[in-house]
Design a protein around this ligand. Structure first.
Ligand code: PMP
Length: 403
């Protein structure tokens, strides 16, 4: 009798998923901090501020209201969907009926579900690279194929239409568009956005546009939504967004997707079986965030702006760091290829992964290596930490790399 192949104990598809590299670095830094080591971590992708008081108050009121102890419709509270529709018009220039909005358990769930409803096995997704570490896994989980298109620091990490066209095949189904970007903080100009949108429209390619950092822009720059630049694209675009970054609400888990009626219907069906509604109380807090005063969010943005200037200035003092000045999000993404192959404290890193280890071991500074977001040779620093720590950490690096 021929031996039969043993049945895998766990799902092969799920077993192939890598642990989130950004969370891994952050967890390592936190574990060292717990041992009493004075680690400064630039790894976290979340604001260090508390959620503004009036939003917390709205949640407290909701928690005492028995109506908020029940399920809501799977697609979200009608008032929240209406507030999101207004916000979409305000910031993305797209007029939508609230029925075209679905509330999700954070932008992460929006991203996961978007690929689930758009992709068939083997469909290709063009992923401008460096990319946020979750995208390739979400694509693989939907049986899609990620096609990376890399833009380096000399291009300000922004892909061109020519590069996209070179990557297009008959299987190209979706383009990811992320501006401001995680991990680079790069913001596409209105002209670039329009050119890319027109290319997608011409070739009938869906766009998933992740606008989660839309309100965190600097130097007077506004992130133009791809549907504002090319309104005809709205019927083939899913807009992903959420309250996490703008309102320091990462732990509350409220995001959303806006899109054409057929896709929103499919998303609603999927979500009704996957998770049902988002936490009712958190939805009411999100209504307060979107419809209430915006001064606390603006104050946080101003603090990020100040820290952005500080970290870019200090990192660029280090020979071997080439750090473009980002105009959005709260990350900087220096090119550190010039440091690879050089020896520091007896160690010669050959990759940014090894460089990040060296920084953690010898300077007690954590940053996420480029390998988490695409090619080696880069480091992501989040500047969502207090000014003193921010400065102390880069000064440690200045000492490490000039010794
Ligand atoms: N998109 C991008 C680009 C992100 O960086 C993040 C958070 N790291 C998300 C989506 C998801 O945000 P959340 O699930 O917290 O709403």
């Amino acid at each position: 009798m021929p031996e039969s192949t043993p049945t895998p104990r766990l799902s092969t598809k799920i077993s192939a998923i890598a642990e989130s590299a950004t969370l891994k670095v952050d967890a390592k830094a936190k574990a060292l901090q717990a041992q009493g080591r004075p680690v400064i971590s630039y790894a976290a992708g979340e604001p260090d501020f508390p959620t503004p008081g009036h939003i917390v108050e709205a949640a407290l009121v909701a928690a005492r209201d028995p109506k908020a102890h029940r399920y809501t419709p799977a697609a979200g509270l009608p008032d929240l969907r209406a507030a999101i529709a207004e916000k979409t018009l305000r910031d993305s220039g797209l007029e939508v009926d609230p029925s075209r909005v679905i509330v999700t358990n954070g932008g992460k769930q929006s991203v996961y579900e978007a690929f689930q409803v758009l992709l068939n096995p083997g469909d290709e997704v063009i992923v401008p690279t460096p990319f946020w570490t979750t995208y390739p896994e979400a694509i693989a989980l939907a049986d899609g194929v990620a096609v990376d298109v890399f833009a380096d620091a000399s291009q300000n990490y922004q892909v061109t239409v020519e590069q996209l066209e070179a990557a297009r095949t008959p299987r190209t189904k979706v383009l990811l568009f992320v501006s401001p970007s995680n991990p680079t903080g790069s913001v596409y100009s209105p002209e670039q956005t329009k050119a890319i949108g027109e290319w997608a429209l011409e070739h009938g390619i869906w766009v998933i546009t992740d606008e989660i950092y839309q309100n965190l822009t600097y130097d007077g720059v506004r992130a133009t939504s791809i549907v504002e630049a090319v309104p005809e694209l709205a019927e083939q675009t899913l807009l992903v967004n959420g309250v996490a970054k703008t309102y320091a609400m990462t732990g509350w888990r409220v995001g959303w997707t806006v899109g054409p009626a057929d896709a929103i219907k499919a998303l609603g069906n999927l979500q009704s079986h996957l998770s049902g509604n988002v936490n009712n109380i958190a939805q009411r807090a999100a209504i307060a965030a979107l419809t209430g005063p915006q001064d606390a969010a603006e104050a946080m943005r101003e603090a990020f702006d100040r820290r952005r200037k500080l970290i870019v200035g200090e990192l660029n003092k280090i020979d071997g760091f080439e750090t473009p000045t980002p105009q959005g999000a709260f990350y900087v993404y220096p090119d550190v290829t010039a440091l690879l192959g050089r020896t520091f404290g007896g160690v010669t890193p050959k990759t940014s992964l090894e460089l990040a280890d060296l920084m953690l071991d010898q300077a007690e500074v954590a940053a996420v290596p480029g390998e988490a977001f695409g090619p080696s040779g880069y480091l992501r620093f989040s500047y969502a930490l207090g000014d003193d720590q921010l400065l102390e950490g880069v000064q440690r690096l200045q000492r490490l790399f000039t010794s």
